[in-house]
Write a protein that binds this ligand. Structure first.
Ligand code: NAP
Ligand code: F7E
Length: 341
């Protein structure tokens, strides 16, 4: 039985990947940092909480990382842990860099010194492309990160590649474009919009605020992306792969789609120098607010996944419209459950 370690086990991808690897017959260890919150709601929602072996491993603590990797000799290590919220990285650049950049180096050093046969997956990101140098973006597109998050992930990406080339380690980087699901944290725009729109529909919220509605992203469905991670780790040799849908949509389109899913018509207007969305009864439902803008923005992302398709046979099945429909449907169910409780 193969033994896998997933860091970031409490996160969106950690939960979906754990489920997938358990289905594939792996013994799954989840690295978790200490928290005063004892809930593993995502693992519970996927009904796998009792099947994942939780190990305490904080990426900030070198001796902790060394000990876990030395003692367990995992076949595969998936590093999904990160301070992953771009907006927060402008407020906490040092913490973000320590976890996202040096944290990766701590794991790589542990593998190099104590467990050289462990395969390693690094969660690289489309944020590396930032101010894009080419449309669409692929593995060979030059990087130009636009946030402390993006810069921290740039170090992580290159140090992973460097250890592959310098020490012959099986290190693979998945350059994943945004991927979403009902398990997404509420601070990210898809979940925030879907949750808010569903609350408006149910009369639990009057209106909500967002930032830059013109930003465009390539949004895919998270369960399909963790399958891509798995395929990368089964490939004959380590490499870098883009996973994306090849479609791009703005935050404005996302808001329109979510309202359409719940049967509310909106139209955009300008009021007091701010863009607002008003429903057909004249109520303001969405307002733009500078609080949610970033000091430097990534304006447009759209990925070219043709290498992953050709080499791994990976393809996205769920595109934008379907993704939002899935998220809205699940959110309405969750809110209904809340009401019952
Ligand atoms: P997520 O939901 O934010 O999960 C990240 C996890 O990392 C959380 O469980 C968090 O723990 C953990 N973590 C943070 N700091 C840690 C530390 N010091 N030590 C140990 N664990 C720590 O992120 P995700 O969406 O699943 O993404 C997974 C990975 O892919 C991340 O590295 C992200 O940067 C990258 N990525 C994501 C996307 C995307 O669209 N989702 C796209 C490209 C790349 P707590 O639960 O305790 O906070
Ligand atoms: O923002 C705009 C915002 O926070 C998307 C992470 O998983 O994907 C994610 O990073 C866009 C940005 O995701 C609001 O300015 C407008 O242009 O959902 P997001 P992200 O920054 O793209 C990449 C691939 C990762 O690697 C990251 O870990 O939406 N936007 N108004 C807003 N964003 C948020 N969060 N909230 C707003 O109110």
């Amino acid at each position: 039985m193969k033994k896998a370690l997933i860091t970031g086990i409490r996160g969106q991808d950690g939960a979906y990947l754990a489920k997938l690897l358990l289905e594939m017959g792996y013994e799954v260890y989840g690295a978790d940092r200490r928290s005063s919150d004892s809930s593993y709601w995502r693992l519970e929602k996927l009904k796998i909480k009792d099947k994942v072996k939780i190990i305490y491993m904080d990426l900030l603590e070198e001796s902790n990382v060394f000990e876990v990797i030395k003692e367990n000799k995992f076949d595969e290590i998936y590093n999904l842990a990160a301070q992953s919220f771009v907006h927060a990285s402008f407020k906490q650049p040092l913490l973000t860099s320590n976890v996202n950049a040096l944290g990766v180096l701590r794991i790589l050093e542990a593998i190099r010194l104590f467990s050289k046969d462990s395969k390693f997956y690094q969660a690289s990101t489309s944020e590396l492309f930032g101010k894009v140098q080419e449309i669409p973006q692929k593995e060979t597109t030059p990087f130009y990160p636009r946030s402390p998050y993006g810069v921290s992930k740039l170090f992580a990406h290159w140090i992973t590649v460097n250890y592959r080339e310098a020490y012959g380690m099986f290190n693979t980087c998945g350059i994943l474009f945004n991927h979403e699901s009902p398990l997404r944290s509420i601070e990210f725009i898809t979940k925030k919009v879907v949750n808010s729109v569903c609350m408006v529909k149910k009369g639990m919220l009057e209106s909500f605020k967002v930032g830059n509605i013109w930003a465009k992203r390539d949004w895919g469905y998270a369960p399909e992306y963790v399958y891509g991670m798995y395929l990368m780790m089964q490939h004959d040799y380590p490499d870098d792969f883009v996973l994306a849908t090849g479609e791009t949509h703005s935050v404005k389109e996302l808001i329109e789609k979510a309202f359409q899913c719940v049967g509310i018509e909106i139209k955009w207007e300008e009021k007091n120098n701010r863009i607002v969305a008003v429903d057909n009864k004249g109520f303001i439902r969405v307002e733009t607010d500078p609080e949610f803008f970033r000091p430097s923005e990534v304006d447009l992302l759209v990925g070219d996944y043709s290498k992953a398709k050709k080499v791994l046979g990976w393809e996205p099945k769920t595109k934008f419209d379907k993704l939002i429909e899935i998220m809205v449907e699940e959110e309405l169910k969750d809110l209904e459950m809340l009401k019952v409780k």
